[in-house]
Design a protein around this ligand. Structure first.
Ligand SMILES: [Fe+2]
Ligand SMILES: [Fe+2]
Length: 140
């Protein structure tokens, strides 16, 4: 069983947002493997940088999609994204400063934030899209 399992209740759009989320899940698993197997700093750093880069690209793509469909809670959603980026950067700094305990925390923080954020906050986009489609009569 993977450290971070993909599950049906993580599905948002059966499209690009899910593809991003699935890739993030894969990267969190990769990071977890690297840290739990005690891989060298070089390997962990590489995965961590990829994860942070991909996360910020995903958040921007998601916000652009939300803006395009006039999602009403975009401002609030952006604040949640920013908090997460801040805490991730903070952890990376601590990790780079040599904190060994941070390495193990990283995959936990990422997994917990992502699964909760997708299930609670990103899901609001799914509900909004569904409501709009019902209104325009184009089905679920
Ligand atoms: Fe997302
Ligand atoms: Fe989001």
């Amino acid at each position: 069983m993977a450290y971070f399992e993909w599950a049906d209740d993580l599905v948002i759009d059966h499209g690009p947002i899910d593809a991003d989320h699935r890739h993030l899940v894969d990267l969190v698993n990769e990071l977890h493997t690297a840290t739990s197997e005690g891989r060298g700093r070089e390997v962990v750093n590489k995965v961590l940088n990829e994860l942070i880069g991909y996360t910020s690209a995903h958040l921007q793509r998601e916000e652009a999609r939300m803006a395009a469909v006039h999602f009403p809670n975009l401002a609030g959603h952006k604040i949640g994204h920013q908090h997460f980026v801040d805490s991730l950067n903070d952890l990376r700094q601590k990790y780079e400063a040599g904190s060994i305990t941070v390495a193990a925390q990283l995959s936990t923080v990422l997994r917990d934030w992502l699964s909760l954020h997708i299930r609670r906050s990103d899901k609001e986009l799914l509900d909004f899209i569904r409501k709009n489609q019902a209104k325009s009569g184009s089905g679920p």
